[in-house]
Design a protein around this ligand. Sequence first.
Ligand SMILES: Nc1nc2c(c(=O)[nH]1)N(C=O)[C@@H](CNc1ccc(C(=O)N[C@@H](CCC(=O)O)C(=O)O)cc1)CN2
Ligand SMILES: Nc1ncnc2c1ncn2[C@@H]1O[C@H](COP(=O)(O)OP(=O)(O)OP(=O)(O)O)[C@@H](O)[C@H]1O
Length: 212
Amino acid sequence: MDDCSELWNKSEWRKRMRAIRDSLSPGEREQRSRLLCERTDTSILNPLREKLRRPLSVCVYAAFRSEADPAELIASCLANGDRLVAPRILPNGEGMELRQVEALSSWISGRWGVPEPDPASTALYDMANSPDLVLVPGLAFNEQGGRLGYGGGYYDRLYERLHEYGSSPVLWVGFAYENQVIEAVLPSEPHDLRLNALATEATIRWFGDKDG
Ligand SMILES: Nc1nc2c(c(=O)[nH]1)N(C=O)[C@@H](CNc1ccc(C(=O)N[C@@H](CCC(=O)O)C(=O)O)cc1)CN2
Ligand SMILES: Nc1ncnc2c1ncn2[C@@H]1O[C@H](COP(=O)(O)OP(=O)(O)OP(=O)(O)O)[C@@H](O)[C@H]1O
């Protein structure tokens, strides 16, 4: 790691971490994503299903660019009868709404090519019914529950809205490859969301209160 890394700003970190994530071959990404999905299901979702004694509602995303791919976790959620929701960037750019996705085919390509639930075939989800868990994509994560995204502030705003309107606690789980986890202190701002846990193909890290 470069000596100047502590002084880098968010955009320098984004450039650097994009290159690191892109450096995994498609084959490596597939293999690591499979391990990551299994680990997340076994160590986080299954215990939560047992604790709550009901199917879960889970906010997922569909992978784009070189992101960790939650497809197998999504398939497992569908098999377990969980309710799936996914974010869609609002046309005015002002944050995101959540929509119910029924199948892996519910996505279309939205702004910047980001996969999003097709508004023509999915129902709007009322944010007052907080999802039990939100799977959070990103470019970089650290050991303190910090996260760096693409810079739209979309997940930060979702975090704020669910805190404001949501009826129950939400578990915020970063979902990433181990090489996206850095030791350096990421530049952080007051609006940045704090994760409860970070899942990688190598391990699960918990931050603060495990019960959300
Ligand atoms: N799979 C997935 N879905 C997601 C996210 C994500 O990170 N991954 N998001 C997480 O927030 C939201 C989408 N956020 C995004 C924000 C910016 C860009 C993007 O391509 N930005 C351009 C620069 C745009 C500009 O400033 O003009 C770029 O990076 O080149 C992509 C996604 C919602 N859905
Ligand atoms: N809670 C919020 N309310 C209003 N604006 C916000 C909020 N959170 C973030 N923003 C806006 O979003 C901008 C980008 O935030 P930041 O750099 O933290 O994005 P990010 O977390 O990397 O992106 P993303 O969540 O989309 O992946 C901020 O400069 C701010 O203007």
